[in-house]
Design a binder for this molecule. Sequence first.
Ligand code: NAP
Ligand code: HSE
Length: 431
Amino acid sequence: MEKTKVAIIGLGTVGSGVARLLLDFGDRTARHAGRTLWLEKAVVRDLEKARDCDLPEGILTDQLSEVVDNPEIKVVAQLIGGLEPARTIMLQLLESGKDVVTANKALLAEHGPEIFDRARELGRSVAFEASVAGGIPIIANIGQCLSANQIQSLHGILNGTSNFILSKMHEDGSAYDEVVAEAQRLGYAEADPAMDVDGTDAAQKLAILAHLGFGARVDWDDIPRSGIDTLETADIRYAEEMGYKIKLLAVAQLVDEGLELHVSPTLVKAGQPLAEVGGPFNAIRVDADAVGELLFYGPGAGQMPTASAVVADMIDTAVGRTGITFSTLELWSNRQARVAPADYAHACGRFYLRVTVDDSPGVLALITQALGDQDISIASVLQHEPAGNGQPVPLVIMTHETTAGAAGKACDTMSQLDCVKADPVRMWVRD
Ligand code: NAP
Ligand code: HSE
């Protein structure tokens, strides 16, 4: 059988899973690719470190040149996280004639234009299914299977770590810090888990989907975002009391003005499919004009789900499918954007507000005044009987539909009030 020599750069959580699939299930990949994907080299920094896979002798190396200078290696899975040396290595691989597969969304979101331009100039391809939503084949679906549609909106749970943390907080009442450590131990989190919990990782993935699905040209850093790192267990309990679950939701939605984009913790009505996505799972609801509503669901992080997406890309690349789609996608090309980002301040919806206030007369009037001044109507107010020890009390307000701009201004005004003891917590509500 024909043999395509491949290599892996980075043998951490994902890289080890890729090596296991290639080595332990070589017959399966050969059947699907019509050729053997032969793992020739795996490049790491530290040769002494224990690996989560058994490699035959001669494969492990700490010399990138053993890949770059070997013209027989055609396809390389670049599975190093972060920006550097990942960017430099990516360009070196392309320059040396390799087609590259990656799971590194931070790299694509930050340096996509440079990397994709160079790949196009060199006649090479970059496949990146694993960069968004782990094991869910969302890139192939949006890039190819839905190409007869105009996508109207995407609502996604795109960060497995945040979803794992939120699920544990909802289900077991676990403390935030404990669950972050568990997510790291289980291999879900980024090397810097702050990127998972502050909304960065989800915004980077959303930027990739916005390019692919809407022809937008957005910089991930311009996407308004907040993470789950400012939430308290109390927010989880209040949401439950009102019949909601909190999810870190990434939204891309066509509106009259353009493409609305944001990432934020959101109260999703219990029973809605997105509310019931638990653990490190991801889900993306896609609304498209011809097909209607689709829901993609599956493991969004972790070794083997991510490796599944990487190896599928390696097969597609080896048989030439990636090369064809890569050149027609024109991702991050100079082609004019099909849609401009809409002003976030105009995004419409309901909001959950938790305001920590003095337990004293007239306070509620000041808070409702701040909302009324922005034309925000209150749908409900929740305040539990205080402990009576003079401590500030949380006031939970659900608004009727308003705009992100008005909610933001009302919160700014509240923050200035003497009776408000901390910046108000603000989340979107999806019924
Ligand atoms: P990881 O466990 O930290 O592994 C990274 C690997 O890169 C390590 O093996 C490290 O080598 C290697 N490395 C770093 N610098 C290197 C260099 N200069 N030369 C050679 N090797 C180098 O990370 P991961 O979780 O596998 O994630 C890899 C990428 O996949 C990231 O971009 C991440 O965002 C993405 N991703 C991860 C998941 C997930 O669930 N983990 C899911 C989807 C996407 P040493 O071991 O020798 O230090
Ligand atoms: N850290 C990422 C997450 C890995 O938790 O979703 C998958 O991209």
